[in-house]
Structure formats: structure tokens, C-alpha cells
Design a protein around this ligand. Structure first.
Ligand code: NAP
Length: 243
């Protein structure tokens, strides 16, 4: 039975990814940090959807001790991690001239450093099994840039560079790494935008709407699974044709 570790799996895209893997009988490790979600309820939903087993782990992906303990606990319970989805991420938007060092550092630490820490710890075990698939959540703004998001866009561009490098380093060990770059997706992260801004964004998207978390999850699942066995070091947009 296969296992998947999803960071930031408690809400939004991460939760939709967890549901998709659950429907396919995976053992699922959900990482979260704030406790905003009723995790026991989430566990029930995932088991109902078909998950073989669930492990819920509270850990900050930007804290190396937390990450080591999370991966240790996972290996002790499930012995292996077949698929890693680095999904945990935050925004702290501001124009460059107003952006504080704290806002810049926090976003880089969680989005980029967090991806590095979890990837490093998990691939240790994937290398022993000589098999694994890593899917990292980047963003179209990491490819195209976005006014008011220089910290977030830099973190996502960093994730793309990290993904391609890791893919090249680990290909000989049969470990693949790819990035998914969503456009605007309906989650808590985008709910904070004013309706006027959302309408403006939608008008610029060829498909004329925001995407759903499920539409991102479908791509993440494909890249995590053997159906994509000859795809590595790629960035795939899921953005309604936006860029
Ligand atoms: P979201 O609804 O805000 O959920 C964020 C998730 O990340 C939550 O599960 C949260 O856990 C977790 N998290 C935050 N900080 C963490 C930390 N330090 N350690 C561990 N977990 C942490 O976000 P989303 O919209 O689903 O986005 C998911 C990913 O897709 C992010 O990487 C985001 O940048 C990317 N993305 C989103 C969009 C979009 O339009 N929504 C577009 C492009 C890319 P708690 O529940 O415990 O707080």
C-alpha cells in the first residue's frame, strides 16, 4: 500500500490533494500547523473517501527539528513515503517599498526553506527504497511575477529552481521531482481578495473563472503516480490559460 505525505494538508489545495489520494486507497500523512481545522473530522472524511490509514502531524515546515520529528514519526508508523507533496505555503503581500524584512523573511522561510527541509528529510528514505515522487506547489507568479507579491513570487521561483535541481540530483536514484504552478484557485488564501479584484482577475483568465482545489489535486495526483513515470524536472501550469 502506498503512502503520501502532504504538508499543509488541512485546508484548501492540500486537503483536496489528500482527498484525491484517499479515493485511491493511499495511507495519508497530513501535516498542519495552526490547528484552524478540526483534524479529527478531516480524518473521518479521508477514511470515508477510502484512505487506508491516516496520520495527522502538527509541525512547522520551516523548523528543522519539527520536520525531522515529523518524518521520523511517519517512517516509524508507515515505514516508507512513496509520494511527497510540498504544499504548505503562506502569503504576506505588500508593495516592495512597504514590505518589511519580517514579511519577506517569513514567506521565504515557510514556502522555500520549508520545501527544502522537508524534501531533504524525506528523500533520505526515498533513496533507500530507490523510488519516489516529489510534487512541489509553486505558482504562476513564480514564473511571471506579480506586483505586491515580490516575497511570495521569489519564494515560488525559488521552489522551481529547487525542484529542477533536486530532479537532476536524484534521477539516478529513480526519484522524480516536479512542480505545479496554479493560477488563482478558490481557497482561504484567495478568499481575502475583494470581489472587485476577483472580478478583475477572472476577466483576465481565458477560462473566465478561478480554478478549484480539486482541479489542482488532479494534476498533483498524476505527477505523484507512476502514470507520469517519464516526467521529471518540469513545471506544469494549472491556471485556466492565464499565462
Ligand atoms: P491555504 O488554504 O491558505 O492553506 C495553507 C495550508 O498550509 C494550511 O493547511 C496550513 O495549515 C498550512 N501551513 C501554513 N504554514 C505552515 C507551516 N509553517 N507549516 C506547516 N503547514 C503550514 O492555502 P492554499 O490556497 O490551499 O495553497 C496551498 C499551496 O498552493 C501554497 O503553497 C500556495 O502558495 C499554493 N498556491 C495557491 C494558489 C491559490 O490561488 N490558492 C495559487 C498558486 C499557488 P493550517 O491549516 O494548520 O494553518
Amino acid at each position: 500500500m502506498k503512502t503520501v505525505l502532504i504538508t499543509g494538508g488541512s485546508r484548501g489545495i492540500g486537503k483536496a490533494v489528500a482527498m484525491k489520494f484517499a479515493e485511491n486507497g493511499y495511507k495519508i500523512i497530513i501535516n498542519y500547523v495552526s490547528g484552524k481545522t478540526d483534524t479529527e473530522q478531516l480524518k473521518k472524511e479521508l477514511l470515508q473517501a477510502g484512505a487506508a490509514d491516516i496520520l495527522l502531524i502538527k509541525a512547522d515546515v520551516s523548523n528543522s527539528e519539527d520536520v525531522k520529528n515529523m518524518v521520523k514519526e511517519t517512517i516509524e508508523k508507515f515505514e516508507k513515503i512513496d509520494v511527497l507533496v510540498n504544499n504548505a505555503g503562506i502569503t504576506k503581500d505588500n508593495l516592495l517599498m512597504r514590505m518589511s524584512e519580517e514579511e519577506f523573511d517569513k514567506v521565504i522561510q515557510i514556502n522555500l526553506k520549508g520545501t527544502y527541509l522537508v524534501t531533504k528529510e524525506v528523500t533520505r528514505y526515498m533513496m533507500k527504497k530507490k523510488k519516489g515522487s516529489i510534487v512541489n506547489l509553486a505558482s504562476v507568479v513564480g514564473v511571471a511575477g506579480n506586483a505586491g507579491q515580490c516575497n511570495y513570487a521569489a519564494s515560488k521561483a525559488g521552489i522551481i529552481g529547487l525542484t529542477k535541481s533536486v530532479a537532476k540530483e536524484l534521477a539516478s536514484r529513480n526519484i522524480r521531482a516536479n512542480a505545479v504552478a496554479p493560477g488563482f484557485i478558490e481557497t482561504d488564501m484567495t478568499n481575502v481578495l475583494k470581489d472587485e479584484i476577483k472580478e478583475n482577475i477572472n476577466s483576465q483568465i481565458p477560462l473566465k473563472r478561478m480554478g478549484t482545489a480539486r482541479e489542482v489535486a488532479e494534476l498533483v495526483y498524476f505527477l505523484g503516480e507512476d502514470a507520469s513515470s517519464y516526467i521529471t524536472a518540469q513545471v506544469i501550469n494549472v491556471d485556466g490559460g492565464m499565462i
